[in-house]
Design a protein around this ligand. Structure first.
Ligand code: PLP
Length: 377
């Protein structure tokens, strides 16, 4: 059996090697390393793929979130409502800008923000909501956009994990993740569903004015070279990464299908097991399985993880400590116990290997190893 990895990037590269190698050599020959046609074309192709009017490439997904908040003119003391059950980047940029992170709890089924709790957390200082489409499923955007409209708030979708997912409004309108909020951010970190071979990120918006501001912030706060209108940052995607992403974007739907095939295998293998809850599917969003994250009940999570690792099956805990209990972000406003679903999930979640390259032999071994743990109990 091929060694099992959480993500098999080498196997994926093998299949697109000739295209990738040629594209990389082409960039090197042209010496257009920053900006240039590859980045422009990628932005156009991402806009077409997501159905969003403007795409702006930047250096990484964390920058994308920060640039979004800067472009919306969020100021120190403003409050942003987001999830505590997420990768820290979302909360980190809020902290960096002196904005106050306000955490809402998530739903135990989809792990995404609970709209009811979002509304409870709104104060006169609230300026924006940042839903995170965790593990590959779009949050309840319809409800979130309605709350935002009612309270005049901006919505920034953190779409680092769900690029390619489809969302269906209750009137039947279909759209892509990252096309619904005022701005969306994504990450091209190598292990993300659309990953490059280094760092990368992008911003998405349908609003012409916001698009102009996003581009300006990315480019040192400047529209005309050497004239600076606002404080900005230096955040750009390099052409080598853009060229690689243009190739991988063509395969993104096929990659999502491969991930879904692995997820369906896991679902079937674990159906009916007393201590396992396979990931629930949203009624409005498709799932692109950035992670296959199940809940392990009865206090078995950590022992199961050890058993898997001892038998050649890597497994990860995304995320072991929620943001509101991290030393960097602790506050009296969100003490231990203040986000019960989030806190419970951090004790139950376990992510199994998920990639576009898992074969049946590997999947069978993973499923058998999960089962052998419980058969020994
Ligand atoms: C990966 C990730 C980010 C950050 O992306 P980087 O490109 O690593 O900076 C932000 N939010 C979420 C939810 C992520 O998974």
């Amino acid at each position: 059996m091929k060694q099992i990895q959480m993500v098999d990037l080498a196997g994926q590269y093998e299949k697109i090697k000739s295209d990738v190698d040629a594209a990389v050599m082409n960039v090197i020959k042209t010496t257009m390393f920053i900006g240039g046609p590859e980045v422009k074309e990628l932005e156009k192709e991402l806009a077409a793929y997501t159905g969003v009017k403007h795409t702006i490439a930047c250096a990484n997904g964390t920058d994308a979130l920060q640039i979004a908040m800067m472009a919306l003119d969020l100021k120190p003391g403003d409050e942003v409502i987001t999830a505590s059950f997420t990768f820290v980047a979302t909360v980190e940029v809020v902290g960096l800008l002196g904005i106050v992170p306000v955490f809402a709890d998530v739903l135990p089924g989809t792990f995404n923000l609970d709209p009811v709790d979002i509304e409870r957390k709104i104060t006169p200082k609230t300026k924006a909501i940042v839903p995170v489409h965790l593990f590959g499923q779009v949050a309840d955007m319809e409800a979130i956009m309605a709350i935002a409209a009612k309270h005049k708030l901006f919505v920034i979708e953190d779409n680092a994990q769900a690029i390619g997912a489809d969302y269906t409004m209750s009137n039947g309108t279909k759209c892509k993740s990252g096309s619904i909020g005022h701005i969306a951010s994504t990450s091209f970190f190598p292990s993300k569903n659309l990953g490059c071979y280094g760092d990368g990120g992008a911003l998405f918006t349908n609003d012409d004015e916001i698009a102009k501001k996003l581009r300006r912030v990315c480019n040192h706060g400047s529209e005309v070279r050497y004239y600076h209108e606002v404080v900005g940052v230096n955040s750009r995607l390099d052409a080598l990464q853009a060229a690689i992403l243009r190739i991988k974007l063509k395969h993104l739907d096929e990659y999502a299908a491969a991930r879904n095939a692995a997820a369906s295998f896991y679902d079937k293998a674990f159906a009916g097991m007393e201590h396992i809850r396979t990931p629930e599917r949203s009624t409005q969003s498709t799932h692109v399985f950035h992670q296959y994250t199940m809940r392990v009940l009865g206090g078995h999570r950590d022992a199961l993880k050890k058993h898997l690792e001892a038998n050649g099956v890597p497994a990860m805990i995304y995320y072991p400590v929620p943001c509101h209990l991290q030393n960097a972000y602790k506050s009296a406003r969100f003490p231990d116990g203040s986000l019960p679903v989030t806190e419970q999930l951090t004790h139950e979640v376990l992510s199994l290997p998920m990639s576009t390259e898992l074969d049946n032999e590997q999947l069978n071994h993973i499923a058998a190893t999960v089962k052998s743990y419980f058969n020994k109990q």
